[in-house]
Design a binder for this molecule. Sequence first.
Ligand SMILES: [Zn+2]
Length: 271
Amino acid sequence: MDDLVHPALSRPRKRAAAKAPSESKAPSKAGFESKAPSKAQFESKPRSRASGEDAKEPPKRNLMKKSAAKPKLAALTAPAIRRPSRAEAEAAVATLLAWAGDNPAREGLRDTPARVARAYEEIFAGYQQDPASILDTVFEDVSGYGEMVLVRDIPFFSHCEHHMAPFFGKAHIAYYPDGGVFGLSKLGRLVDVYARRLQTQETMTAQILAALDARLHSRGAAVLIEAEHMCMSMRGVRKPGALTVTLQFSGPFKSDPAEQARFLSLVRDRR
Ligand SMILES: [Zn+2]
């Protein structure tokens, strides 16, 4: 058994409890549930589950290189759960292949569980990354530049936490520097840290803003995300092309409608 501690979902777990009743209604047609690992199996032995955003001391994350996270960011990190072994993960994929109606043992699918496990390491790499360390580097020599910095059209791919279906689109981020500016590529990396997790678009928007606000070098920030959700395009209501827009402001962007308007016009300005 592999005892790696995995920094888990990045939101307070009240929802997990609230969800439990509907999960118990999940399909149980072929007796899959009896063979499936129980949820409790993945919880770490000491059930030190934080119960809300005000959890003061989140459990240590052994994959975090720096302990530079400020309280606000730390509150966004989740309690640790036991990470299953790779063999367990691959077995779970094989189960889903059979559940879909195929034969996991046939030639074309034989290596699929291993490939999916490897792909998961990439598309969910955000759990292993520390947003605080990404924003550590600040360039202070900006010759007095104090205006808005906007990076728009940052592409991202994420997966919705309700269906594990992809959603993807663009993020637009602006902030007012305070004593230095973030490297421009850092904003793109910040988006990826949160996108490469199971997400809702709303949560991701709030997390990016909170990460910027938690650093000293911003006087306020604006985050706008527009994305298409495959769980809405290819299943459910089946509305391909529908874009979901979320936005959140802090500092002057929050208090001054003129700042919001300026941000929005810069985002929309396609020249
Ligand atoms: Zn979904």
